[in-house]
Design a binder for this molecule. Structure first.
Ligand code: NDP
Length: 336
């Protein structure tokens, strides 16, 4: 269906908005960013000017009062997503919100409910579902290429670049820490790649290896048990500069090896191994993950299918992350 274009408001003068999401919106036929809101008027104006956005506001309320805006993209620090999403829904705006949706499940559920009550579309910006690599992995799993999935591993340890070493490593109140930052993505990607499964139980251990402060973890390892029987191990970190990312799914008839696929960029390869045969899977044309996220969200606004990740998907990934934190702090496995 041809796009008629969506007029967006950006809530949060953030790095992700600048690097990926404003360009992704501008790439949609007929869509545009009309305004940005920041808590700081100077930052708002500078962000607007640098990104070709006509208007800037120093309150979210002022942005939401603009009747030309159809949808908002929220990428403030994590503690602000909840009040901002609820305000946007009440103002009748569609809401595409960054992960983690909120700091508590109660708040995340309230956000989804506010959007439902207002009749607006809600999405969670779990970008990895939009990667050609992960869509190929999901197809292989669903088509039975590896038989019954038994086990998985996610390698998602990275080195947090200096320009992002802010609230993520020293502000527990803003939802810092590697679990809320990266484990949410692992949970969502596994749910997606394994074919819409859910985590039943999780166990996790954390560490602070010099980057996390004020009690925030910069490293986590753990195991998730899924409702299809799969056990998945994961390693997420802000402190590992010399490894690649990846995902592996092992089944009764074969294994899928995704190399360099837990990333923002459209890179990586998918390998299918069965017996002594190994093939590089044709994943089709790599696409910009964020452009597809916006495209799917705009299609959902038009009634053409759900967003790539819904609000409910955001609740599910947050539930896993919060359970991982609880497991790490109590030393016990946590059932969801
Ligand atoms: P940033 O630290 O870049 O921005 C977060 C907020 O920090 C901004 O909204 C802004 O507040 C404030 N801020 C920005 N620059 C300054 C500054 N110079 N001084 C003081 N405050 C400043 O965060 P990210 O872009 O890294 O992350 C934002 C959200 O997006 C998070 O929820 C994160 O989890 C998510 N994210 C998602 C990704 C994905 O791929 N799905 C990838 C990266 C992040 P104000 O708006 O008031 O100006």
């Amino acid at each position: 269906m041809a796009s008629t274009g969506t007029t967006w408001g950006i809530i949060g003068a953030s790095t992700i908005a600048r690097e990926w999401m404003v360009p992704a919106i501008n790439a949609q036929p007929g869509s545009r960013v009309a305004a940005v809101a920041s808590a700081d008027s100077t930052r708002a104006a500078a962000f607007a000017q640098a990104n070709g956005i006509p208007r800037s506001h120093d309150t979210v309320a002022a942005l939401l009062a603009d009747p030309s805006i159809d949808a908002v993209y929220i990428s403030t620090t994590n503690e602000l997503h909840h009040p901002q999403a609820i305000a946007a829904a009440r103002a009748g705006k569609h809401v595409l919100c960054e992960k983690p949706l909120a700091l508590t499940l109660e708040d995340a559920r309230a956000m989804v409910e506010a959007c439902r009550a207002a009749g607006v579309t809600m999405g969670t910006n779990h970008h990895l579902r939009n990667a050609a690599s992960h869509r190929a992995i999901r197809r292989l799993v669903m088509d039975g290429a590896i038989g019954q999935p038994l086990a998985a591993s996610v390698f998602h340890a990275v080195y947090l670049p200096p320009h992002l070493q802010g609230w993520r490593i020293d502000r527990p109140d803003a939802g810092g820490g590697v679990i809320l930052d990266i484990t949410v993505h692992d949970a969502d990607t596994l749910r997606h790649d394994l074919g819409d499964v859910n985590v039943l139980e999780i166990t996790a251990m954390t560490a602070s290896h010099g980057m996390g402060r004020d009690g925030l973890e910069d490293t986590v390892m753990g195991v998730m048990r899924f409702d299809n029987g799969v056990l998945a191990q994961f390693h997420d970190a802000f402190t590992v500069a010399h490894t690649g990312t990846g995902i592996e799914i092992h089944g009764t008839e074969g294994s899928i090896l995704g190399r360099d696929v837990m990333t923002q960029r459209p890179i990586g390869t998918v390998i299918l191994r069965r017996g002594d045969r190994e093939e590089i899977v044709d994943i089709g044309q790599p696409n910009n993950l964020y452009e597809r996220s916006v495209a799917r969200f705009e299609a959902a606004i038009r009634g053409d299918g759900p967003p790539a990740a819904t609000g409910e998907d955001g609740i599910a990934s947050l539930a896993v992350a919060l359970a991982a934190r609880e497991s790490a702090s109590t030393g016990r496995a946590v059932r969801l």
